[in-house]
Design a protein around this ligand. Sequence first.
Ligand code: SAH
Length: 207
Amino acid sequence: MAMVDLIARAGVRDSATLAAMLRVPRHEFVPVEDRELAYGDFPLPIGYGQTISQPYIVAFMTEQLHPRPEMKVLEIGTGSGYQAAVLGEIGCMVYTIEIVESLARRAAAVLARLGYDDVHVRFGDGYQGWPDAAPFDAVIVTAAADEIPPLLLDQLAAGGRLIMPVGPQDGVQYLTVVDKDRAGQLTPRVLLPVRFVPLIEGKGGRR
Ligand code: SAH
């Protein structure tokens, strides 16, 4: 079955998310030798010990953000750039940070070649967020940690939503959404068990 049919059958309903995933050429974001595997519903290695996430998880997380054109989204963990491309395809203004410089450079090149002009890639430590572009309507963290980095919650706009896998590196993590209401009050909700690569603590460390 085709990748997006699998994702829809697994329960993802948001039409903007499904349409974007039909259009983004995932094979451009995987290693050349894995291109024929690019449309299966599984993660793939992208070098440097990192992975491009399973398409279903990309779709699930994207849908949870209720993405709309012009929305400003911060992503931590650019990796291949695929998740950023899906958000860019929807028309979001995407700011994505990657701590492995070679991955950041490669993703930026692919995204530019495919014409995703509203996706901005920065090499750096995601724990710090992207203060000069904040606040963000949505924040998506695609690597796991025991706690949500506080600066990312600070940079979330009122009325915005963050999604991130929370839990230990060597165990099961839980995909968690945090809504920030108009008064700045945070409400977390746990959605489903997942396994992500760890969020690396950069030089800036935690606050
Ligand atoms: N969203 C990616 C998959 C992410 S894999 C995709 O669509 O392909 C997780 C990525 O997070 C890895 O590339 C890893 O290097 C990066 N990462 C880990 N810790 C980080 C940090 N502190 N700041 C920014 N990126 C980080």
